[in-house]
Design a binder for this molecule. Structure first.
Ligand SMILES: *Cc1c(COP(=O)(O)O)cnc(C)c1O
Length: 443
């Protein structure tokens, strides 16, 4: 069994005092060699987490274990697809661009699943031609498109039907995706899911493999999954009653929560999947159904904790608040272009000074970026050493998911490099953008 760590600091050595080490390399050395802002990915930690989810699915579901599909949207590059191939898990993509990354490294297409609520005809055609395992169908128009394109290509495409279970996961509204008022999936409650099942079943170039549900992200409690599983399994039973056969698979999506702050803990794969397995078995037994093959789609839970962002502090400014207190604005050399999550979801992060020890008293600090936007905040409020200032190196843990993958060129800021560290060695897996890269698009 691999190492599995629940804490944001688990893969650091010497967090205190000073001189942060990641994967056996000092943060200060990484900053000097590769520049900042920099995403530093602990490769061994990635392997440990990916392996832990794979083993936990097998342990919890036994011969009913389907595939762990890594959600590529959380962070994808060629090297990541090579790692997934080594670990032996699958990949979820939702655009032609993400699929192209997998194709570039000859990732086995039989372990690729394609979802998305508005796949273009060309994306559908490319995916079917590439021979992906499954398309996750998300609209009535798409049923017609897949049927037509698969017929043209003279093939039968396996699909899952994405359904909306009417479950609100206990998380921030914008990352809840399975209550009714969302763009994803066919609603069970409205009857759309049932109609879609009939249309897909009638289509001669589509094979319905099962149902798919993703109830949201950063979920810590099994209740959301339990409620969704109950709805999905009831629908599987309704299918069995109508068509006198059972759908063989169920994909329960991703969304497993991770720690961002020192007092939070990351969901442990064996624990949550064992709970899920008990729920699925009980629900299937209640309907007299055999247990379908269960697949899951963790993204954040695999890559989120592996990565640390290193920033260099540029300026500080003390402002007097209405209550007479002081807030220090500490500006770093990146911000919302490499981490949009605080602005988008009010996500919270922690920071440590990575280049030295300080015994100075702390001051109420807001860590902000360099963009021309007041919402460009990295950390809204943190107690940082009073003597932290220009030239200091700030490390933000748990930035592996939805950081680099959501990065933008706002203010024409080049996107940071991603460096993988392992056994004391560091190498670039995504190079830093340059002004030339950005200007190359201009005519
Ligand atoms: C985003 C997404 C995931 C991954 O979510 P995480 O919170 O990163 O685990 C999985 N499946 C689908 C369909 C998604 O949209």
């Amino acid at each position: 069994m691999s190492e599995f760590s629940k804490n944001v600091f688990s893969h650091y050595a010497n967090v205190t005092p000073g001189h942060l080490m990641i994967g056996g390399v000092s943060a200060a050395q990484l900053a000097t060699e590769f520049g900042t802002p920099l995403f530093v990915l602990d490769e061994a930690d990635f392997f440990d987490r990916a392996t832990a989810w794979k083993q936990a699915l097998e342990q919890a579901f036994g011969d009913r274990a389907g595939t762990v599909y890594y959600a590529g949207k959380s962070f994808l590059c060629k090297e990541v697809t090579r790692w997934l191939a080594v670990v032996g898990i699958g990949l979820d993509v939702c655009t032609g661009g993400e699929l192209a990354v997998a194709q570039a490294t000859n990732f086995p297409m039989k372990r690729v699943q394609v979802h998305g609520n508005n796949k273009s005809e060309s994306e559908i055609r490319t995916a079917i031609q590439a021979g992906v395992a499954t398309l996750v169908v998300d609209s009535f128009q798409e049923i017609e498109r897949i049927e037509r394109i698969a017929a043209e290509l003279n093939t039968i495409q396996r699909v899952f039907l994405r359904v909306t279970a009417g479950v609100e996961a206990h998380t921030h509204e914008f990352i809840s995706t399975a209550h009714e008022d969302v763009k994803f999936g066919f609603s069970i409650a409205s009857g759309a899911a049932w109609r879609a099942i009939h249309e897909v079943t009638a289509a001669s170039h589509i094979e319905l493999a099962g149902l798919h549900s993703h109830i949201g992200s950063q979920i810590f409690m099994s209740e959301g999954f339990e409620a969704a599983a109950a709805k999905l399994i009831a629908l599987l039973a309704q299918y069995r009653d109508e068509f006198a056969s059972e759908l063989p698979e169920l994909d329960l999506g991703g969304g497993y929560g991770i720690a961002y702050l020192p007092d939070e803990t990351t969901l442990e794969p064996v624990g949550i999947l064992t709970e899920l397995a008990a729920i699925v078995r009980a629900q299937c037994a209640a309907h007299g159904l055999s247990v379908p093959k269960i697949s899951i789609e963790p993204g954040r839970a695999i890559v989120g904790p592996t990565t640390t962002t290193l920033y260099t502090v540029g300026t500080t400014k003390d402002v007097v608040l209405e209550d007479g207190g002081i807030r220090r604005y500490l500006s770093v050399d990146g911000g919302m272009s490499d981490n949009i999550r605080p602005a988008l979801y009010e996500a919270e992060y922690h920071a440590i000074i990575a280049n030295r020890t300080s015994s100075a008293p702390t001051i109420n600090t807001r860590v902000v970026g360099k963009h021309c936007e007041s919402g460009d905040i990295v950390i809204r409020s943190i107690a940082l050493a009073d003597d932290a200032g220009p030239g200091d190196l700030l490390a933000i843990p748990a930035t592996g998911a939805y950081g680099r993958s959501m990065a933008s060129n706002y203010n024409h800021v080049p996107r940071p490099a991603v460096v993988a560290v392992i056994d004391g060695a560091a190498r670039v897996i995504v190079r830093r953008e340059t002004h030339e890269d950005i200007l190359a698009l201009d005519q």
